[in-house]
Every structure is written in structure tokens, then in C-alpha cells.
Design a protein around this ligand. Structure first.
Ligand SMILES: [Mn+2]
Length: 411
């Protein structure tokens, strides 16, 4: 992947005489000597191709030219014995394309030197915070510390610049996403092959996740949702402990992460292998909305506009079914948005007001949630916005009710 071009694009947007300091981060502590599985800062991975802890990317923009420096930990045979091989200088160079690789032990002294000898005016950090109530992320904490120690230097946020870049995927990113989607397809076929009444929802989840690992992905891209019957109406149902009853539907919202890139797919299957007449009617409405969004998605649009298109189809369908009398009541059965960006994050970075453009990867996920009928249906595909429309990257994952029934009948 062309990490050099991505760094160049950030450098182009940086102020004159400025510095970017971006940390890969450290593992988050759970309890006693246990730590969460480490996830590197996504911008760091995006700009370097590296995702190990305790690394620092420094970009310097000055009148003497631009500079990229990478700081890594010096490998330590004793540490490697316990926690695995560390990245060597040669590996770091060849993956990131950065020639100037140094050890973190020298970082502070070199930073002090840069701050003391140059006319540095601005320093960029990733200052993202999801909710005000959250503790600061590693990079934000470092930014706050830097601001306190260097009141004369303006601290600015890398996030909007990096997020805007990440919103348009290049060919390599599309290929990785397609691979994640292909694994999702095969793992869902495994679920379809084994699904039967009496099964626990977590068994359907296990059949999916087994294949995800078996096929070489890193794992699910988020906690698998497997909700049967009325559980399908709960948007973030994750306990997956109920029994899949005969005659109900099983809603599966799941995804795969491959080299960092996520798929996000939802399919809804009849547990018995056959839709009831009522289930099929609702399913057809959701499917129609799903297809309409894909038919209309194109550059220049917003996900909000796509949601209006989706709501129109769902509203019309619900009125025909007699579920609602007035358009404004659709919120009773459809209460989320139809689309979000997808990438290194499942709900990928999105800069307010930026419209869809070629290279955007978004979801298309209408749903209807009818508690009183115990019917929860969502159909979610992943779309790549092209020059004049979109390509459904998940087109191979079957969703026509006849195809689903035929697949289950012939398994
Ligand atoms: Mn989604």
C-alpha cells in the first residue's frame, strides 16, 4: 500500500513549520496482569502499515523540506521470549517506506532538540474523543501533556485531515474489504447449512465465527448479533443465548476483519428454512428498500439523502401492510439510519458535510422491527461508490427469499 502518498497528503495539509506526533498507543489494562487485545491507533496504521504498540510517527514540515521519522522499540530478546518477536528496523523500513527509523529511547531528546532549535509554531496530535465522558485516549493525553508543557506552540487536531483521507478508499483498501466480504459470505453459508429449529443463537454465532478464523481472517469486526424472533427487533442484541424457535426468523448482523479492513453484513433467515407468508411480505419491503438505496447511491449524495430514499420505500410498505396510517409513524418500525461509512472502523470516520465520492465504502442496511409480530428484519450490504453510481461489493451473498429457501432445502 502507498503509505508514502498518504503521509505526503497529510504533510501537504499541515501548516508551515509544524510537526505531527502520532503514537500507535499502548495496550489497555483490564485487571491484575491482563490487558485488552491491542489495537493500534487507526490513523497510525493507515499512515505506516504498522500496528504494534509503543511506536511513534513524526512528520516535520519546514522550509528546509519535509521529513518522516518513525520511532520503534529496540528489540529485546528477553521480552521477545514472553510476548513474541518485535518489529526490526529493517521490517519497519520496508513496511512503512520510511527510511529514518529510530529507537523510542531517543525520542524525547530529539523532540527537545527540534523544539529548541526551530521556529516551530504548530504541533498536530490525534485529539479524537468519542464522548466527553470518556477518559482521553493515549494520543489525546499526550497532546494535553504537550500543550501544558509548551504553551507557546499551537496544538492542532490531526483527526479531520486523516478522517477525510480515510473516507476515500484506494484500490488496495477496496481489495482487502472485498476479501473480508468474501469470507463473510462463506461463513454465512456455513450458518445457512447448519441452521435448524432448537439451535441456540450462540451456536449460529459459533458456526459463523469458526469459519471466520478457519478462513484466515483476524476475527469478527464487531460482536456478532444473532437475534431470533423478537430478539431480532433489538438493534444491539448481543447476548445470543435464546433458542431459535421453529417458525421464527434469525437476524444475523456480523462482519469480518481482514488486515484491519471490516465487512459489515446483515442477513435474516427463516429458522425452519421457509418464510411464512407474513414474514415474506415484510422481507420483500426491506429488500425493496435495500435495492432502491443501491440503485440511487452515487457521488455527491449524503447518507442522509439515502436514508430518505429508504424511508420512503419502508413507509409505503408499512402503509400497505396496515401497520401505519401516517407517514410520520414509520419511526415506530424503523429507527436507525440506512448507511454509514466502512473501513478500518466498522462505523468508519466521517467528516460532517463531506459527500459521497468515488472510493467511499458505505453500508446499505434498511430494516423493519415489528415487536407485535415478533418479526425483526434487516438486510445489509456494503457498497463502493463509483464514478456514476455504486457497486454492491456483497452482491454474492444471497438475499432473495427464493434463493435462501432453495439453499436451505438443498443443503
Ligand atoms: Mn452496519
Amino acid at each position: 500500500m502507498n503509505f508514502e502518498a498518504r503521509r505526503q497528503s497529510i504533510l501537504n495539509q499541515m501548516a508551515e513549520n509544524s510537526l505531527l506526533i502520532l503514537y500507535s498507543g499502548t495496550p489497555i489494562h483490564i485487571s491484575a496482569d491482563a490487558y485488552h487485545h491491542f489495537e493500534a491507533n487507526k490513523h497510525f496504521y493507515y499512515l505506516t502499515g504498522l500496528r504494534r504498540e509503543n511506536m511513534i510517527l513524526v512528520l516535520r514540515k519546514s522550509e528546509n523540506g519535509n521529513q518522516s521519522m518513525l520511532y520503534i522499540e529496540k528489540s529485546d530478546p528477553n521480552a521477545e521470549r514472553w510476548t513474541g518477536k518485535m518489529v526490526t528496523v529493517e521490517e519497519a523500513k520496508s513496511i512503512s517506506g520510511i527510511d529514518d527509523v529510530r529507537f523510542t529511547a531517543s525520542f524525547q531528546a530529539q523532540l527537545d532538540y527540534l523544539l529548541g532549535s526551530s521556529t516551530l509554531s504548530t504541533c498536530y496530535f490525534d485529539c479524537y474523543r468519542h464522548q466527553q465522558s470518556d477518559l482521553p485516549d493515549y494520543n489525546l493525553a499526550k497532546a494535553q501533556q504537550f500543550a501544558a508543557e509548551h504553551p507557546g506552540i499551537t496544538v492542532r487536531n490531526l483527526w479531520p485531515m486523516a478522517a477525510k483521507l480515510r473516507m476515500q478508499k484506494d484500490e488496495d483498501e477496496v481489495a482487502l474489504t472485498e476479501h473480508a466480504i468474501d469470507i463473510t459470505d462463506k461463513a454465512l453459508q456455513r450458518v445457512l447449512t447448519t441452521l435448524e429449529p432448537g439451535m441456540k443463537e450462540y451456536q449460529a454465532q459459533a458456526n459463523f465465527e469458526h469459519m471466520v478464523h478457519y478462513l484466515g481472517a483476524e476475527g469478527p469486526s464487531f460482536p456478532t448479533i444473532a437475534g431470533s424472533g423478537k430478539n431480532g427487533c433489538m438493534l444491539h442484541y448481543e447476548t445470543n443465548r435464546d433458542t431459535c424457535q421453529d417458525g421464527t426468523l434469525l437476524l444475523l448482523d456480523l462482519g469480518v476483519r481482514y488486515q484491519g479492513y471490516c465487512s459489515d453484513i446483515t442477513r435474516t433467515y427463516p429458522v425452519s428454512g421457509k418464510f411464512s407468508e407474513r414474514q415474506r411480505k415484510v422481507y420483500e419491503i426491506v429488500l425493496k428498500a435495500n435495492k432502491e438505496v443501491a440503485a440511487q447511491a452515487k457521488p455527491g449524495m449524503t447518507t442522509k439523502e439515502l436514508n430518505e430514499i429508504c424511508k420512503k420505500v419502508l413507509t409505503q410498505g408499512c402503509m400497505e401492510l396496515g401497520l401505519i396510517d401516517k407517514e410520520e409513524d414509520i419511526g415506530k418500525y424503523y429507527m436507525h439510519g440506512v448507511s454509514h461509512h466502512l473501513g478500518l472502523d466498522v462505523h468508519d470516520v466521517t467528516v460532517e458535510g463531506v459527500k459521497l465520492a468515488p472510493g467511499s465504502i458505505i453500508t446499505d442496511e434498511p430494516g423493519l422491527y415489528i415487536d407485535e409480530w415478533e418479526i425483526g428484519i434487516r438486510i445489509e450490504d456494503d457498497l463502493l461508490i463509483t464514478e456514476d453510481g455504486c457497486r454492491v461489493l456483497s452482491a454474492a451473498i444471497i438475499k432473495e427469499p427464493d434463493e435462501i429457501e432453495a439453499f436451505m432445502a438443498n443443503r
